[in-house]
Write a protein that binds this ligand. Sequence first.
Ligand code: SF4
Length: 170
Amino acid sequence: MCKDKICIMEVIEETMADGPGLRTSIYCAGCSHRCPGCHNPQSWNMKNGHWVSVDDLLGVIKADEFCNVSFSGGDPFYQAEAFTELARRIKEETSKTIWCWTGFTYEEILANAQMKQMLQYLDVLVDGPFIQEQRDTQLHFRGSANQRIIHLVPEEDDYIPGTVPLVPLR
Ligand code: SF4
């Protein structure tokens, strides 16, 4: 894995599906959680994706003045170093918020030195694997009831049912 490029499935601009408001969503390739019932099993294999530089992704994100940003997949934490670099630059060069979806739990991320780095640049983490038995189509921005919408910064105040307020990391 490298820090300068991210293997992605696609970038969707001006979507309202991945968090509140309009967002630029980066759907990455690569996921080893293999949740039964996964919405996007094509994304498991990185060979189904293509590599895009962090610079180019940042260019797409910055080109839209109004959209915030979402990371999804696949699982961005399998490319934690490059996504951390992208998130760092988004925070340094824009005022956009970042939501990130992952099949890892918050606690698993905290226990991993590499993955933990990304948390400092995220506003909201939606965590945990998709569990078919807990599937609930009424949930906002998550597929199963075990998954949590975790606010990592106090200023991210869009209220979403199911939100888990945690002590901010920064
Ligand atoms: S974490 Fe998400 S992308 Fe990965 S297998 Fe589970 S549902 Fe699919």
